[in-house]
Design a protein around this ligand. Structure first.
Ligand code: ADP
Length: 560
């Protein structure tokens, strides 16, 4: 593409360099470049101009690949190497190309110039005569002043930004401080809450124990009069007794059936209370499953509603050792429930053996248990609300689960509302290992040192039958005082406690001639490796492994 150049000039002498600068700016202005770009072009040209005296400089425009100003400096030899000004010019222009005898500088234009605009620009440039070096210098001066002002403005802006940033920083710091404080307060609140929770759980446990005792006493007291009522009614209704009128007989029959119901409920309560206070004795014996199944089949069939079939399958031939009475009670409970909550279809009981366990499933096609209620049916007194509520105490399932636990087993449930429920009892074929009470090691006084009342309570329970007396301390200081006063035979010591950890107790006891001989059993949830001085302890027990068996073993070892 050959386009007529906009302007062409020759750099004859130093003065021409000023002219070149000025003309460069004029060309840029004529092509619509912004002020800054005009200065860029002018400066680039003066950087190069000084080193290429004698050259011809041509200004033209091209439209491809985009509208741009192209300045060619040609007809000059500069020997080897590139003039220094080229590097500076390259930073100001889009591209500066150096070939043998020419330098080409390009800078993009803000837009395409029409041929008419170009012609006008050419004319304008031709008519404007180059000014003197002095004029150019003054123009340069003005540009410098403008640039300085620009820099000043930028600096002011920066200062302001800095000030704003500082403000923001202060704000962020203040916010951070406030948040830290709130966090601290929240933390304190949580700690207090936990302390309260611990206390409440201890209270709850105590209340629960009191409730169990109360239930056991009350139901026991109630049973005697109810049994008396049943006995007396039976006597009155006996055909050999004095004759009654029809109405009297009817009324007495009502009394009899109410008393029988009442006795059932009272028995439920008593059972549960006994199970809760661990007063149920398990007697392990070889059990004939076929007999258990047969007895249940016979006694429960009358409970099936019309249209409901009770199917008790033949049990597997299992060599089972468990408590027959308790097993029967669990299954009777499950079957009674199934029959109670099934209006049509079947109630099926079947068993199978897998991996040393006997599984017995009681499945029904009854109303099922709503999903939301399923986690709660094993809670004491919980009954599913709704149309199908049919009396009962809500104690059957929790009792059954407790008994299952006593037998070393588990009781699980799946239920689909409207489709039916399946309760599965899974029992070990052999009794789980039980410590033989007669062989338990015995000690006199034990002192339990732990800030957690629940942990002390647990240990106290474990020690029943092993220790004659149990004292408790919640911190190191009172533990030392009690130990000095009571001279216990063994001390159980927790490690991590607020206000002094267990190792302090160990150190103090070791230094006291009265206490140094008392064996100390460390009971900790922490990693013993985190503590020093534990070699003074007679034994170290992990809290999560704390069991009657483990404690018995340690006491036996200490006694030797
Ligand atoms: P209850 O003496 O009320 O039967 P349970 O503890 O035996 O007490 O059962 C608790 C609740 O679980 C029952 O009230 C009943 O709503 C629900 N339930 C138990 N077994 C079944 C079953 N087989 N089908 C449907 N609901 C059942």
């Amino acid at each position: 593409m050959s386009v007529e150049p906009l302007l062409s000039l020759t750099l004859r002498d130093e003065h021409a360099v000023f002219v070149l600068r000025q003309r460069g700016r004029e060309v840029a202005a004529a092509l619509g470049m912004e002020h800054q770009d005009q200065v860029r072009v002018a400066t680039a040209l003066s950087e190069i101009g000084r080193q290429v005296l004698g050259a011809i400089v041509t200004f033209s425009t091209t439209d491809t690949p985009r509208p741009q100003l192209t300045i060619v400096v040609s007809g000059v030899g500069w020997g080897s190497g590139t003039p220094d000004g080229v590097a500076a010019a390259a930073r100001l222009m889009d591209e500066v190309r150096v070939e043998d005898e020419r330098i080409t500088l390009t800078r993009r234009l803000p837009g395409r110039n029409t041929p008419e605009e170009l012609a006008a620009a050419r004319q304008e440039l031709a008519s404007s005569a180059p000014t003197t070096a002095l004029d150019e210098l003054s123009v340069q001066n003005q540009q410098l002043v403008a640039a300085l002002e620009d820099v000043q403005a930028h600096r002011d802006e920066l200062l302001q930004l800095n000030a704003e940033l500082e403000e923001t920083n202060k704000g962020v710091m203040a916010l951070y401080g406030q948040l830290s404080e709130e966090l601290e307060q929240t933390n304190q609140g949580v700690v207090a809450l936990y302390a309260e929770l611990d206390e409440r759980s201890a209270q709850l446990r105590e209340a629960n124990e009191a409730k169990s005792r109360f239930l056991a006493n009350v139901s026991h007291e109630l049973r005697a009069p109810v049994t008396a009522i049943i006995g007396l009614t039976r006597l009155l209704l006996d055909p050999r007794s004095d004759p009654l009128t029809g109405e009297q007989t009817h009324q007495l029959q009502l009394v009899q059936s109410s008393a029988a119901d009442l006795l059932d409920r009272v028995n439920d309560l008593l059972d549960l209370a006994k199970a809760e206070s661990n007063r149920i004795e398990v007697s392990w014996e070889r059990v004939d499953l076929a007999a258990v199944f047969g007895q249940l089949r016979g006694t429960l069939r009358p409970l099936a509603k019309p249209g409901v079939e009770l199917v008790v399958a033949e049990p597997p031939a299992a060599d089972l050792v468990t408590d027959e009475l308790l097993l029967t009670q669990i299954l009777r409970n499950l079957l009674t429930n199934a029959l109670k909550f099934t209006d049509t279809g079947t109630v099926t009981m079947g068993g199978w053996v897998a991996e040393d366990r006997l599984n017995i499933a009681v499945a029904d096609t009854g109303i099922g248990i709503p999903l939301a209620e399923q986690p709660r049916v094993f809670e004491e007194f919980h009954q599913v609300r709704g149309a199908h509520q049919t009396g009962g105490t809500g104690l059957g399932l929790p009792y059954a689960r407790r008994l299952a636990g006593l037998l070393g087993g588990v009781l699980a449930m799946v239920s689909e509302p409207g489709e039916g429920s399946t309760f599965t009892l899974s029992l070990p074929l052999r009794p789980p290992p039980q410590p033989d009470e007669a062989d338990l090691p015995r000690t006199g006084r034990a002192l339990l040192v732990d800030d957690d009342p629940a942990a002390r309570h647990r240990l106290r329970q474990i020690l029943t039958g092993m220790a004659d007396e149990v004292a408790e301390a919640a911190d190191v200081r009172s533990a030392l005082a009690i130990a000095a006063r009571d001279r216990p035979d063994v001390i159980f010591l927790n490690l991590r406690m607020p206000g002094g950890d267990g190792t302090e107790f160990l150190a103090a006891a070791a230094g006291d001639p009265d206490l140094s001989a008392i064996p100390v059993v460390v009971v900790t949830a922490a990693d013993p490796a985190d503590f020093t001085g534990l070699d003074r302890a007679a034994a170290v027990l992990a809290k999560e492994q704390l069991s009657r068996h483990a404690v018995a073993e340690v006491l036996a070892r200490i006694a030797r």
